[in-house]
Design a protein around this ligand. Structure first.
Ligand SMILES: Cc1ncc(COP(=O)(O)O)c(C=O)c1O
Length: 412
């Protein structure tokens, strides 16, 4: 159980709910800053490019905050490129991954002269080469290789290092791919990249991945290829519940250091979740409590469209009322959203103090892969986002209105 909210926090959340409404994501700038600084300090001996994985939370103010601390960005779409530019991140600190970059997206990345476009297939490399030749440019590129490690992330759906994945090029095909791409005009192939998966709660898959990457690097060197960059991706996990044993930062850093210190190339790290997950809460109100002989449901005004992780990955998030009076008895609730799907459930049989309609509840650790994965299912507008800094708060994304939504449909 996380520490109970302080009286100041309760007052802050109540004020935000009263003025901004619910559901609202509430982020702590101080926590994000502290996480980034800890991360940067632990890896400092390697002077890496820390490219924040924007997909974890692509709010421009959060990206701007991280950029101000020295972060670059790991992006996966033209939309994230635009966000990184607006947040003031220099193109020379941006790496662009993703299996399905469109022609327009590749052209935009080329035009922006990004630090690295990480290629995920030979077909993509050939297309980038023709675009670069036509534009009279040379693209700095990386090549993502897939070491073939099963269940490298915290869930099968977020494991990306296995052989059957769509990502990257399998290690046993990577040398010939490297040779072909290296010979393509308009591409300056500068280094290999791996990303094994997200929410890694054990360092073993990463250790295995680094070992295999290390072997590939030696092979490339023995073939006479030089490398300027090496990316080891993101993936460091966080403890969503007390039984989660997330690897300590120092152990992760020591592991990376033990390999990267002999590579003699610029290390790229792409952390997302670890930097921002714990800095966010989803603030929501109980619409009503529904009782039956078997179950007590607390129906919240946040739905799976605001936080998909539980329905998508069976993910666990701590859920607690904002105001808890001492000595209250507990009831086991299923905490559900209002969406017409059985999977719209945030927690089952959670013992919580008696809830009533109108009570405020927070869903913890929703700074990563919550707002950035949100959608409009059931014609629900995107929730507002608030950033708290030095005890003051401001709206960093207003709530999407129904008019915003309907404006896109031409039949009106
Ligand atoms: C290529 C790449 N890099 C970095 C990340 C960030 O992962 P995480 O948020 O787990 O650190 C991802 C996420 O899946 C990714 O696909």
């Amino acid at each position: 159980m996380r520490a109970q909210l302080s009286a100041d926090d309760v007052a802050l959340l109540e004020a935000i709910a009263a003025q901004v409404g619910t559901p609202t994501y509430v982020y702590s700038a101080d926590q994000i800053r502290a996480r980034f600084q800890d991360f940067a300090r632990a890896l400092a001996p390697l002077d890496p490019l820390i490219a924040y994985a924007a997909k974890a939370n692509s709010n421009i103010e959060i990206m701007r905050l991280l950029a101000g601390l020295g972060a670059g960005a790991d992006i996966v779409s033209g939309g994230e490129l635009r966000r990184a530019e607006v947040a003031g991140i220099s193109p020379q600190r941006i790496v662009y991954s993703g299996v399905g970059k469109t022609t327009q997206e590749l052209a935009a990345a080329l035009d922006a002269e990004l630090f690295q476009i990480t290629l995920e297939s030979l077909e993509e490399a050939r297309e980038l080469s023709s675009l670069a030749v036509a534009a009279g440019k040379a693209a700095s590129a990386g090549l993502r290789v897939t070491p073939g490690i099963e269940l490298s992330g915290g869930h099968q759906k977020i494991s990306t290092g296995c052989t059957s994945t769509k990502f990257g090029i399998p290690l046993d095909e990577a040398l010939s791919a490297w040779q072909e791409i290296h010979a393509l005009p308009g591409i300056r192939l500068q280094g290999p990249a791996i990303h094994l998966g997200s929410q890694m709660l054990s360092l073993e898959p990463l250790r295995n991945g680094l070992e295999l990457l290390d072997g590939f690097i030696s092979l490339l060197k023995s073939e006479g290829f030089a490398m300027d960059t090496i990316s080891v991706g993101g993936g460091l996990g966080v403890a969503y519940q007390t039984s989660d044993r997330a690897p300590p930062l120092h152990a992760y850093a020591e592991l990376i250091l033990s390999y990267a210190s002999r590579w003699n190339a610029r290390l790229i790290l792409e952390p997302g979740r670890w930097l921002v997950a714990g800095a966010g809460r989803l603030l929501t109100r109980v619409i009503r409590v529904k009782q039956s002989a078997k179950k007590q449901f607390a129906i919240l005004d946040a739905g799976m469209n605001d936080l998909m992780r539980p329905s998508l990955y069976d993910a666990w998030h701590e859920i607690a009322p904002v105001a808890i009076e001492t000595g209250q008895s507990c009831v086991n609730y299923d905490l559900v959203g209002p969406i017409c799907e059985t999977s719209d459930i945030f927690g089952r049989d959670r013992p919580l103090p008696v809830l009533q309609s109108g009570d405020l509840v927070t869903i913890a650790d929703t700074g990563a892969y919550a707002s950035s994965m949100a959608g409009n299912y059931n014609s629900r507008g995107l929730a507002a986002e608030v950033l708290v800094e030095n005890g003051r708060w401001r709206i960093v994304r207003r709530r999407q209105t129904l008019d915003d939504l309907l404006a896109l449909e031409s039949s009106l």
